[in-house]
Design a protein around this ligand. Structure first.
Ligand code: NAP
Length: 208
């Protein structure tokens, strides 16, 4: 099994390290692979780095872990994404974390789906901090990971991936639910950064 991740920042490295610890081959794609080669070496033998184009070509499932502003050009760099699941971990943040740049009647994920022709777009890994993606372990519960997308099989594959790295991954339905998941991410960001609670917490789901 191989997974590609575009972006080698907080989220890209966090997901790569968690997946590699589970024995998954990870191919990271960035515009300047040399800049990240040393950091990627430290993520383990399972992780390699190359260009964005090579990373997209390497796997059926590609996770976008870049600033939202970069998503459109990456989506358009492929004429046709048929056969690929494109996982959108981004949030369309306004400057200085002051809110979201778009929302309520659309979402970053839906915009991405319009640009990524043929891709099965799934929204996931956007609602919690990168530290929780690197290490989802809490003694008090299992961190919640909502997942949405229009293709049920693609959603299930992403749910399996998030479950593998320790999340309570939940099928939340079609891609338009990203209109709620992106603001939900702002709740975590607001609490962690604006309210000063720090980044060492996660949301969890209770059910009866
Ligand atoms: N940080 C979090 O806790 C967190 C949690 C959930 C979701 N998110 C979302 O996840 C996304 C990534 O966040 P982050 O904190 O990981 O950001 P980051 O640390 O700034 O990393 C962004 C990465 O994307 C790369 N990149 C930028 N433009 C690119 C392009 N056109 N093609 C390929 N790679 C490109 C950057 O490479 P260069 O260094 O070469 O520019 C960098 O490796 C954002 O949309 C953010 O809102 C973040």
């Amino acid at each position: 099994m191989s997974i590609s991740i575009i972006g080698a920042g907080n989220v890209g490295q966090a997901i790569a390290s968690a997946l590699s610890r589970k024995g998954v081959q990870v191919f990271i794609g960035v515009t300047d692979p040399e800049k990240y080669r040393k950091a990627v070496l430290e993520l383990g033998d399972q992780v390699s780095i190359g260009t964005v184009e090579d990373a997209i070509g390497a796997s059926e499932l590609v996770i976008l872990a870049v600033p939202y502003s970069a998503t459109e050009s990456i989506a358009k760099s492929m004429e046709n994404w048929s056969g690929k699941i494109l996982v959108d971990a981004t949030n369309p943040l306004a400057p200085a974390l002051s809110g979201l740049a778009i929302g309520t009647t659309t979402s970053g994920a839906e915009q991405l789906a319009q640009h990524a022709v043929g891709a099965r777009v799934v929204k996931a890994f956007n609602t919690t901090g990168a530290e929780n993606m690197a290490d989802s372990g809490y003694s008090s519960g299992v961190p919640f990971m909502p997942v949405c997308g229009d293709d049920a099989d693609a959603r299930q594959k992403v749910i399996a991936l998030a479950t593998m790295i320790g999340f309570d991954a939940v099928d939340c339905g079609d891609l338009s639910v990203a209109r709620y998941l992106e603001p939900f991410a702002m709740v975590w960001i607001h609490m962690a950064i604006k309210l000063g609670m720090g980044r060492r917490f996660a949301f969890a789901r209770l059910q009866r």
